[in-house]
Structure formats: C-alpha cells, structure tokens
Design a protein around this ligand. Structure first.
Ligand SMILES: Nc1ncnc2c1ncn2[C@@H]1O[C@H](COP(=O)(O)OP(=O)(O)OP(=O)(O)O)[C@@H](O)[C@H]1O
Ligand SMILES: [Mg+2]
Length: 839
C-alpha cells in the first residue's frame, strides 16, 4: 500500500485518481469485455474467409482486365457487410442500454462522500461501505467491521456465514486468504456492516484467478449448439458444391479465374450470412418489447431460452404471495396472546443486523415496542441451513439470548417452555405434542409461523455463538398472514396451458405452501422435503423431480440440486428467486430471473430482472421468446430450402449450359437483394399455433424441410432454364438477365409461403416485410432497363418474359405451398416436433 493509500483511507480516492487507476488496472470484471472501436468491429466482419477470398479473386480479375466487374463486386461486398453491421450494432447498443438500468452498484467513498458506482468501475484503493444484502465487489481488507458476516460459498463452498474482523494490514501482492479481515469478490454480506479497502480488482481477485485458470466458458445453450450444427451442415454442402462446380468448369475448359469467381460467389450465396444479425436483432427486439412490460433482459440469449423453457421453478414469498406480510398472532404454548412473545420477537428483529426479511418487517410494524432499555451485545446471523437468528441483549445486568426461527428446528433446541406466569416448565413429551399440535393447526390456517425462544446468559459471556442456541426456553409462536397474490393463480394457469410446468421450490414448510397453492388453485401432485432430498443421491433425485411440483424446506444447495436434476433430464429450466439462498440456482438455471428489489447476488446472477414482481409478465416473456425463435426459424428455413435449391440448380446449370448460368457479380447482387428483403424478418408476426408450446432447436425438422422444399426449388429452376432457352431462345446475356429476375422473384416471394404453417393468405406478415419484398422484386425487374444494366451484364427483357414469369411464379408458389402442407402432415403435426417432456 502506498502512502497516498494510507492517507486516503478515511475518505477514499478522489474522482481523478479513481479515473487514473481505472485506466491503469482496467475494469473490475473477471473477464473484461474488450471495448473495441466501432471501426475495428466493422473491419472484423471482413475477416470472414469467404469475403476475403472473394475480394482477392476480384482483385486478380481487376488486374487481368475486368476492372468494372471487380469494382462492382467490391461495392456489393461492402454494402452487404455494412448492412449486416449496422443492424447488429444498433441492436447491441439498445440491449446494452437496457442492461445498464439494472446494473448492480456499490457504495464507494469518492472525494470523501459516499456515492453509487457500478461494480465494474471500482479500483484498488477505493473504500467501499457494505451492509447486509450487498455484494463484496472485489478483494479487500476490512477497515471497520460491525458484526460483519459474509457468505463466501462461491469461493470456499462453505454454506455458513463467516465473520470478518479487523486484522493485520494486508497488501495486494502478499495476500493472505486466511486473514480474519480478508474479504473476497463474489461473497455477499449476510449481516452487519463494514468499511472495506479494495486491494485487488478484476482478474487479479481470487475469484478472477479461479475463473481464468479454469477458463470456464458457460456451457453452450441448446440454441447455440443448434446454430453451430446448422452452420456445419451448410458448410459441408457448400464445400461439396463449390468443389463440384470448379471441377466441372475445369473439365469443360472454361476460363479458370471466372470459374473460380463463380464458385466463390455461389458459396457466398449459399452462406446464411445474415443469421448472426437476424438472431441478435430478433433477440434485441424481443428484449425491447420486454422492457415495455417492465422486464429487463440482461443476457440477450436468455430471450431464446425463454422460448425453449419448459419448467419454471419459483420461490414463494413475494412471487406467489403479496409482498406485504402481517403479524396476526403472538401466542404462548397454550395458544394465549402473549405480550412477552411479541417483545422477544421485536427485540430479535430490531437488533439483528442481517437483511431484514419480510417477516422481520411485519414484526417491527406490528406495534411500537420500547427497546431503548436494551443493549445489543452480539448476534448469530440468520442462515438458510440453521433457519434461525439469535441476538444477545442486556438490560439492567440481565443477559438474554433471544432466538427466533423455523419451529421444527427451534423446538428441538428447547428443554423448557414458558408458562403464563412467566415460570418455565420442563418440555416433556406431552407438552411437546401439545405445542406441535398448535403449530400444525396454525399451519392449517395458512399462517406462516416462527418460534420464539430464549435463555439467560451469564454476565461474563460477551459473545454469542451457534452452540449457545441450546437448552432454550420456548416462549411461543409468532404467526403471520402472507396472502396469495390474486394475479398469481391466473399466471400459473396460463403457463401450464402454454406447456411450462411450474414447480415451487421454497425454504418454507409444506403446510403453509400447500395452503397457498390451494388458494391459488394449483394442484400439488408430488412433494419432496429438504430432509428427503438430503437422503437421496443425484440419480435418485433425478428420477423423482419430474413428478414433484412442490419442494419445501429446501436449503440453497438443495434448491440448486433440484435445478441441476431437472436440467439433466433435458429440461430447459427457469428459476425465479430473490434471496441470497437463490443465487446458486439462479446461476445454474438456463434462465435465472430475479426482481429489482432482490439482494445484489441474486440480481447479479440473474439473466432477467422483473421491475415489477408479477408472474403475468413472465408469461408474456415466454411468448416473446417463442416469437423470436419463430422468426429465426423462418430465416433458417428460407436459407435451407429455397435459397439452397436456387444455388443448387445454379451448380447443375453450370454442367448443362454452354456458358456460366450467371455472372459472379450477378450472383452477389442477387444475394444482396435477397438479404435486403429479409431484413424485416425480426419484426414479423408469428402465428399463434407456433406459440403454444416451448420451442426447441430441432435439426431433424430443418433437414427434412430442406429435403422437401429444396428439390422443388431446384426442379423448378431447371424448368425455367429450359423455357428460357426454348421459348425465348435466350443468348447468354438474356439468359443471365432472365434468370436473375426469375431467381430473385421466386426466392424472395416464397417467404410468404414459408413463414407460416397456415394458408399464406390467412397469416398476416408485418407490412415492412411485405413492402420490402415486393419492392426488391420490382427493383430486380427494373434493373435491366436502367442505365447501370450494361455494367451489370443485363439486357432489357422482352415483354413475353414477364408473362412467362407470372405463370412460373404462380406455379412455383403453389407447388411450394403443396410441398409445405405435405411436409407438416408427414413430419410435424402442429407443434408436435417440440417435445415438452423428455423422459
Ligand atoms: N428473519 C427471520 N428470522 C427467523 N427465521 C427466519 C427468518 N426468515 C426466514 N426464517 C426461517 O427460514 C425459513 C426459510 O426462509 P424463507 O422462507 O425466506 O426461504 P425461501 O426459500 O426464500 O422461501 P420463499 O419461497 O418463501 O421465498 C423460513 O420458513 C423461516 O422458518
Ligand atoms: Mg425467498
């Protein structure tokens, strides 16, 4: 530590110094995202090998004579790369702005005053103020600590909170992980507060070092795997075809360079180069639409996962129930109202420095109780394994340990119970049975219950530890009403109807949760408790998870195991939660969903944040996800069927015709126009029948579609060749022109057939798609009559051609429509290709 650091401990860094250090140390991110200049991002697109080959080849052809051709090719390549780039860049920017809205911040002293700074902008030397629920933003050392407990399970796997105290001065380069004052990035504050000096940020932190040494890439989502497979399929086909065309042309002694250019242009025409752009634009558009519904999508690909999600796990408080909890009763062991129980509960909630749970808020708001005579000495913070919290308090020389928590656990720790007159009687079998019966009856009424217990502590006992929670005196119960949310029942029913199974995963007990489910009209068809889960190995759990829809008394690790078991069964699983206990599951879920009011770790781990905690918008999100899926699928189906068929016939024609069927630059222009017509695809409407089930990437579906529609396209093109040659007696340039126009028209207009399972007249495309497609076709028809025609190798078309074109188009579109109907009947009954449940 430098002397300026020492001097600045009190008030932190100055803004100027912080900015300088940010430059020096880089952002506080484990894997810093490279911020590239826009121009570099643009140039990176030219790195595509096909584009490079094309530019090189046209460069050679420029040198050998055909300068205009080469220039046009260069321009076309530039135009299509630019088109692609701007769309994607804009979409990415919009998505980034959205995510910034829910970015987790830290409270940092800058220029002597506390201010909120994004985690990524922290630097060594910053002084951070931490309290319960906050995230430790980087590695550092505690300068002040007040009952400061953190959960560092992410690093050590240890589920219990660890107390951090003051200790020796630490240095960034001689780090001592075991020092009592060392805190780590990725831990979250369970209770208490602290002032922490940041020493190491980003990749230099302990978490960063593990992450970089393992280079753990998040596993590819089903969708990413799908696009990759698809890319491979196309690549193989392209390679085969290009090789074939080259060999044929060489065998026929055609000019080598031109044949090569032709082959490469074919390859460009075959590549679904718009796919990445279509994917990111659809996703970004989906995310923007979700933002209107008060849902912020942090990780764009989560939109797609929402469309595939078939199981949603959710916790209970605040999701299924109203966020407002009320304290209804505070009663002793005999079910009489007890002021003492309320007082003890109040002291416990008042003094505990952990994140106040809604139960604490309910106790504190119930009645004003005077706690001023009491002094807090220490506490044992709440954790989800113990499910209780203790405070050690003192008044006029009397020391009490007051414990409140889950009744099942607390009763096990009690040896006596408090009677009406305040005396303690032994908790024998009969009394225990009585109290348990009381607890059960409260649960039947749908009340959430906490047990309150206490014991005297000797005056020489300054600290509270977990082992002090024994030989307690049971004081009574605090019972809460946590009414179900009116909208939740409806939302759950809607999700079930859309093929998403909802499972409730809660730390609360079975009775209360069942009661809520009954009120919401959610049938429970299988229950597992944390105890039962603890006794199962992963295989056993995997065998059970599908049939169970209520998991109760589950601790954080068990919640996570449930989730992994569901994923292992092939489900796409969403997880909705807001607590520290939900963070591991939010991480492992395919789609982690949290709320804006959640603790920082949960928000950090989530892929999606609900600004309003309402299950209804989640259903809307699922449909939105399926919509994005549908539109990406349309592009893929177009690329594999019609586009592919066209290119295939081009290759075949090269074999039959005495000349090249189209000039390389015409193929590229054709491709550019076709791409252009597909730009509005991300906006397109998706039919309802495509939204009723979860959608998954299905390679067999794509392959079968390709094999059905592709040949129709190819055969049809060959028919066109024949007619061009025989009816119009076309020479080389007329042939090129005629086929260019025909090929654009068929390729572009077939979208109206392919984009829907229905009769095309019964499904409404987005107006932009309609107009742009028609516009592109019109443009292609006009080109041969324009001044640039000769530069592009076109000649004006005779009138008969357009008559022929009209007939051909009508026949072609009808044929594809018939082929499509046959395909859906044969291979895919409505939505049946997406299996929701895989056993
Ligand atoms: N502030 C508290 N003081 C004492 N005990 C608590 C407190 N908060 C929770 N508990 C106990 O811990 C249990 C688990 O906590 P909680 O219900 O918050 O878990 P969860 O899994 O987040 O549940 P939910 O699905 O309701 O969000 C509770 O049922 C209760 O018994
Ligand atoms: Mg919770």
């Amino acid at each position: 530590m430098t002397s300026t650091d020492q001097a600045s401990l009190g008030q932190g860094l100055s803004s100027a110094e912080a900015a300088a250090r940010l430059n020096q140390f880089g952002p506080n991110q484990i894997r810093p995202k490279r911020q590239r200049l826009v121009i570099l991002e643009f140039l990176a697109r030219l790195r595509n090998p096909l584009v490079l080959i094309l530019l090189a080849a046209s460069g050679i052809s420029a040198v050998t004579g055909d300068a205009t051709g080469a220039c046009v090719i260069g321009l076309i390549v530039l135009a299509s790369v630019t088109l692609d780039f701007f769309q994607e860049h804009r979409a990415g920017q919009a998505a980034q702005r959205l995510a910034a809205q829910v970015e987790v911040v830290a409270t940092v002293l800058r220029d002597g005053t506390p201010c909120e700074v994004a985690l990524s902008r922290l630097v060594p030397g910053d002084v951070v103020l931490l309290s319960a629920g906050r995230l430790v933003p980087a590695d550092g050392m505690a300068l002040e600590a007040d009952d400061f407990f953190v959960n560092q399970a992410q690093l050590t796997g240890e589920p219990y909170p660890v107390e951090k105290r003051l200790g020796p001065t630490l240095q960034a380069h001689t780090w001592d992980a075991d020092a009592p004052n060392a805190v780590f990035m990725g831990s979250s504050v369970v209770s208490g507060s602290a002032r922490v000096l940041i020493l190491r940020t980003g990749p230099l932190t302990a978490l960063g070092q593990i992450a970089t040494s393992l280079e753990k890439q998040p596993p590819a989502t089903a969708f990413e795997r799908g696009t990759r497979q698809f890319g491979l399929l196309i690549m193989r086909l392209t390679f085969g075809m290009v090789l074939f065309v080259l060999l044929v042309n060489i065998a026929l002694h055609r000019p080598l360079l031109e044949s090569f250019l032709f082959a490469v242009a074919l390859a460009v025409g075959l590549t679904p180069e718009l796919l990445p752009m279509i994917v990111s634009v659809t996703l970004a558009r989906g995310a923007l639409r979700m933002a209107d519904k008060k849902v912020i999508v942090k990780r764009l690909s989560a939109m797609q996962d929402m469309g595939s999600m078939d199981v949603l796990c959710t916790d209970k408080t605040g999701t299924l129930t109203e966020a407002k909890i009320r304290l209804e009763r505070h009663i002793d062991a005999q079910s009489r109202d007890s002021a003492h129980v309320l007082e003890l509960a109040y002291l416990n909630s008042h003094f505990e420095s952990g994140l106040k749970s809604p139960l604490d808020d309910a106790i504190l708001q119930h009645d004003e109780i005077d706690a001023s005579g009491w002094n807090k000495l220490d506490e044992v913070p709440f954790d989800f394994e113990r499910r209780r919290v203790s405070v050690l308090v003192e008044r006029q020389g009397r020391r009490l340990l007051v414990v409140k928590g889950a009744p099942e656990d607390i009763l096990g720790l009690c040896t006596r119970y408090e009677q009406e007159d305040g005396s303690a009687a032994p908790l024998d079998g009969a009394a225990r049975a009585c109290i348990t019966a009381l607890f059960d009856s409260l649960g039947e009424e749908g009340l959430r219950v906490l047990a309150i217990a206490w014991r005297d502590m000797p005056p020489d006992h300054p600290h509270a530890v977990v082992t002090d929670e024994s030989a307690l005196i049971f004081a009574g119960f605090a019972a809460f009403l946590d009414p179900p949310k009116a909208s939740a029942g409806e939302a759950l029913a809607a999700m079930a109807a859309s093929g998403v199974a909802v499972k409730i995963v809660t730390g609360d007990n079975e009775r209360v949760t069942r009661h809520i489910c009954m009120q919401l009209g959610v049938p429970i068809h299988g229950v597992l408790t944390g105890k039962e889960i603890a006794a199962m190995n992963d295989d056993a759990l995997r065998a059970r998870v599908a049939d169970v829809n209520l998991f109760c008394r589950a601790n954080p690790a068990q919640k996570n195991r449930i989730l992994l078991a569901l994923k292992a069964r092939g489900h796409v699983v969403g997880y909705l939660g807001d607590g520290i206990n939900d963070a591991p599951s939010l991480h492992s879920a395919d789609i982690g969903i949290s709320v804006d009011s959640a603790v920082d770790v949960a928000k950090q781990a989530a892929a999606m944040i609900l600004l309003e905690n309402d299950l209804g918008v989640l259903h809307a999100g699922i449909l939105e996800g399926r919509r994005t899926f549908g539109n990406v699928m349309k592009y893929i189906m177009m690329a594999t069927s019609s586009n592919f068929g066209n290119m295939f016939s081009m290759a075949a024609a090269a074999l039959i015709l005495p000349f090249l069927p189209m000039l390389p630059l015409q193929i590229l222009l054709n491709n550019l126009l076709y791409d252009f017509s597909e730009l509005p695809l991300p906006l397109d409407n998706v039919d309802e029948e495509d939204l009723v089930r979860p959608r998954r990437w299905d390679m067999t579906f794509i392959r079968n579609f390709m094999l059905t529609i592709g040949p129709i396209s190819s055969l049809f093109d060959l028919l066109t060749f024949y007619l061009l040659m025989t009816l119009l007696k076309a020479d080389e340039t007329l042939f090129h022109t005629g086929w260019f126009v025909e090929s654009i028209a068929t390729q572009v207009l077939v979208i109206f057939v392919i984009r829907t399972r229905r009769n095309p007249l019964r499904s409404h495309p987005h107006p932009w798609l309609t107009w742009l497609s028609l516009g592109v076709v019109a443009l292609a028809m006009l080109l041969p009559f324009s001044p640039v025609a000769s530069g592009l190798g076109f000649v004006p078309l005779p009138l008969e051609f357009f008559g022929l074109l009209a007939v051909l188009l009508a026949v072609y579109l009808s044929l594809v429509e018939l082929g499509k109907r046959w395909f859906y009947r044969r291979y895919a009954a409505p939505a049946a290709n997406q299996s929701a449940e895989r056993h």
